[in-house]
Design a protein around this ligand. Structure first.
Ligand code: 1GP
Length: 232
């Protein structure tokens, strides 16, 4: 119950935060210390997850991160096999931009038997996929369509529905390596009407892009691929 509290406090203090996403499939656990040494110093959270990670790899990676970093580890899991009890928290995602019951509720139900055996902090999160200009893995895996960038009002409605449903975080996602980031106009519109902490990610590479997301109202920005490139 500490991590959500921290994020909520950051919201009240208008303190922006930064998360780096590590895909267990794309790192060697033996090199973890070196990898973590290259984390930007402003990193507040480490997200761990990917679309196609095999069983147990997540455990290994989370343990390796724990061994050389004190940053909170938040699972951002593509499926139930990626639940590791060694992390601190899990984004309990509901893909609310799409209409596939598997990712609205069935995956959540399947994860319960794993979660019951862990002490992970569970953070109810409304996950909203915005069109990033190319078919992203999330769309492919979940067989859902992202919301077009032009449909700002619909995006706001989805985010508000998530808030009314009791989600504690809103995550606007343009997809990994998105060609177009979530437009500031969308971030701004959601921020204006939703009271929850707002996470934005997908395709963000530069500090300027990060800044523009913050300026539009993102409370937390997530960077994955750009960090991977950096550690190669
Ligand atoms: C974070 O899933 C994304 O929301 C990761 O996107 O790999 O493009 O940073 P990138």
């Amino acid at each position: 119950s500490n991590i959500l509290k921290q994020i909520q406090e950051n919201l009240l203090l208008q303190k922006k935060s930064f998360a780096v996403l590590i895909d267990p499939d794309k790192v060697e656990t033996g090199k973890m210390t070196a990898i973590l040494n290259r984390l930007p110093e402003e990193t507040d959270f480490i997200f761990v997850g990917g679309s196609t990670v095999e069983n147990h790899k997540t455990d290994l990676v989370v343990k390796a991160i724990k061994a050389s970093s004190n940053l909170p580890i938040i699972l951002f899991h593509g499926n139930v096999n990626q639940i590791s009890s060694f992390a601190d928290a899990i984004l309990f995602l509901s893909l609310m931009s799409g209409d596939n019951p598997e990712y609205l509720i069935h995956q959540q139900v399947k994860s319960v038997k794993h979660l019951k055996r862990t002490a992970l902090e569970i953070i109810p999160t409304g996950y909203i996929l915005i069109d990033g200009g190319k078919t992203c893995t999330t769309e492919r895996v979940t067989e859902t369509k992202a919301i077009p960038q032009t449909e700002v009002e619909k995006t706001v409605d989805v985010a508000l529905a998530a808030q009314y449903a009791g989600k504690q975080l809103i995550y606007l996602e343009a997809g990994s390596s998105a060609r177009y980031l979530v437009h500031p106009r969308i971030i701004k519109a959601v921020k204006a009407q939703v009271d929850l902490p707002l996470i934005v990610g997908g395709g963000i590479r530069t500090k300027d892009q990060r800044k523009s997301a913050y300026r539009a109202g993102a409370d937390m920005v997530v960077m994955g691929t750009a960090f991977e490139k950096y550690i190669e």
